[in-house]
Design a protein around this ligand. Structure first.
Ligand code: ZN
Length: 581
């Protein structure tokens, strides 16, 4: 899944934000340009000199394979998508060019930020089941058909890697049939598999060779299990995720996986930092601001995190809002055996920081505070957030009953847990600074603290920008208002905000205590009261947010390194992929 934590909060609330400004049925040129301007064009460059010669050669093959994934995912979204792309690519008028540009951002003719409203005349409403089910077939009919299948057939029909097509064979027992991806997208998957095998021959890394070979096999066999396991074991400077993964595009059932690819170079400096943090997690737990009885004397192993820089993203991994972190695989069978892995795209986070957080800070911070905005602290706090999800109460006792915070706090849990990770992350970094553990990687003392808390203050506006409908934003509003009430965030006469450094550390500690105790006691009533009181947008925040409306929502990636490593060659564009419908 896409990581919903801090990492991508730039953008997950955009639907509610844009719902307030309904777009006209089909936008004209000016409107279309305005819509596209919400994505700030950003060049992504990655230093590939850290790779071996073999890996650099493999990288070119992998980028080519990812471009094939783009074609497959276009076909998955809508039957008419590939043909429409060809038509739009030929357009020469300014409007035609603007349509092609925005089509490519959205990977289709529907505007993702505008509740999937169409922006090209003559296209149908976005099909809820994308191109995974026969067009115009109702959910009820499909459900009924699935219910009557034999159990193993039903599993296939509801599986990640099949589409449902119309069976036109003479005398077929049903009008519908199950078609595996390996058949539906056979010709393109063969191309991609050949490129993965070529890359496997070029790299010297054993774990990468293994993953690429098994994934190439999976494209042909439609069995992804072994290659998912190999992906979990991947330990390579050239880092690859390629295949069918996310099910968000299947809004009918959420069964079908869209193809995507992320071709990355591992960031070894950040990976070392993570490893170092990992060594200190138990000692942070032992010092959490709650009484010892609530602390965990032996925290469990946390799921692995890899920090990478993205060279190229394709398919579902490069449409609309840019993914800044993802957690895969989604297949429960693999998760049970191997767990899951989180991949964080550092350069994408950096691009969003520059394009969105820096402009936000110019509006919400005092001029003096703006120079303390710092990407290293921003990113390290995200890492700390991810790691500290694993700290604090996880198994609790309520009235003699063994349970857990999620069970007790129910629908309120996510907001509390996200706030807990934010605040415990800050607590952890402060603890490490106080114990001289960050002297080399981040620095310590007054200057470092100024950067940490100022960056945190600015980034809270990035989260609050789209309202408090989402659990993450509710958690953020709770933090913000608590710190305001404690005088740790101060409102300036001109409407900007600043940190009071004499108060922030104590306030963070107290807030962490409150959040951890809500989880430790599983107190639903108190949590409900706290959220009702604090998870609101107060007028002072709203007037700051009003000034942010014209800032970009997200970035549009321009893959400079990818285009130089593997220059785009003109090839015959395919018009259609489907065989089953
Ligand atoms: Zn989180």
């Amino acid at each position: 899944m896409r990581n919903l934590c801090l990492g991508i909060l730039f953008t997950v609330f955009t639907l509610s934000a844009t719902a307030q400004t309904p777009t006209p049925a089909i936008p004209n040129l000016a409107q279309l340009n305005q819509m596209a301007s919400r994505f700030a064009p950003t060049e992504l460059r990655v230093d590939t000199s850290v790779l071996s010669a073999g890996d650099r050669a493999a990288l070119a093959k992998l980028i080519e394979a990812a471009r094939v994934i783009d074609d497959i995912q276009l076909a998955q979204k809508w039957d008419g998508n590939l043909a429409l792309r060809i038509k739009l690519a030929r357009e020469q008028s300014p409007l035609g060019k603007a349509r092609f540009h925005y089509f490519w951002i959205n990977k289709g003719p529907w505007s993702i930020l505008d509740e999937n409203g169409p922006f090209i005349p003559g296209v149908p409403a976005r099909p809820l089941g994308a191109n995974f089910y026969p067009a115009r077939l109702s959910k009820e009919v499909l459900e009924k058909w699935m219910a009557n299948l034999k159990p193993d057939e039903r599993t296939e029909a509801q599986g990640f890697f099949t589409v449902i097509g119309r069976d036109k064979t003479e005398g077929a027992s049903s009008t519908l049939k199950i078609v595996p991806y390996s058949q539906e997208y056979g010709s393109e998957l063969k191309k991609a598999a050949d490129l993965l095998r070529a890359a496997a021959r070029l790299t010297e890394n054993v774990s990468l060779k293994k993953f690429l070979s098994l994934r190439a096999d999976a494209f042909g066999s439609n069995d992804y299990f072994d290659s998912d396991v190999a992906w979990m074991d991947l330990d390579s400077p050239l880092d690859v995720t390629i295949g069918p993964y996310e099910t968000y595009d299947d809004e009918l059932f959420g069964y079908k996986a869209a193809f995507e690819a992320y071709i990355n170079v591992r960031d070894d400096k950040e990976s070392k930092k993570l490893e170092f943090f990992g060594q200190h997690l138990q000692s942070i737990e032992n010092n959490l601001p709650i009484s010892a009885e609530y602390r965990n004397p032996r925290i469990g192993a946390s799921s692995p995190i890899t920090v990478v820089n993205e060279v190229f993203g394709a398919g579902d991994g490069n449409q609309g809002v840019q993914t800044a972190a993802y957690n895969l695989p989604n297949d429960e069978r693999v998760i049970q055996q191997k767990g899951s892995k989180r991949v964080m795209l550092k350069n994408v986070q950096h691009a969003k920081f520059e394009q969105i957080l820096v402009p936000i800070s110019k509006t919400v911070l005092t001029p003096a505070a703006q120079s303390d905005l710092d990407f290293e602290f921003f990113f390290t706090h995200i890492l700390a957030h991810e790691l500290t999800h694993g700290l604090g109460p996880h198994l609790i006792t309520v009235n003699g009953r063994e349970t857990n915070p999620r069970q007790e706090l129910k629908e309120l849990y996510s907001a509390v847990e996200e706030a807990k990770a934010d605040v415990t992350g800050l607590f952890a970094l402060q603890y490490m600074m106080d114990n001289h553990l960050l002297r080399e990687s981040l620095g310590e003392g007054e200057a470092a603290e100024r950067k940490l808390y100022t960056t945190y203050l600015a980034s809270s506006f990035r989260t609050l920008r789209f309202g408090v409908k989402d659990a993450h934003a509710r958690g953020m509003a709770m933090q913000f208002n608590f710190l305001r009430d404690r005088g740790a965030f101060v409102l300036q006469p001109e409407g900007t905000f600043a940190v009071d450094f004499t108060k922030i550390k104590r306030a963070i500690r107290d807030l962490d205590h409150e959040l951890l105790m809500l989880e430790a006691t599983g107190d639903y009533a108190k949590t409900k009261e706290t959220l009702a009181r604090l998870s609101v947008i107060r007028p002072e925040v709203q007037s700051a947010l009003d000034k942010l409306k014209s800032l970009p929502t997200d970035i549009e990636t321009i893959f400079v390194t990818a285009d130089s490593v593997a220059p785009r060659v003109k090839r015959a564009a395919i018009k259609t992929l489907k065989v089953s419908k």
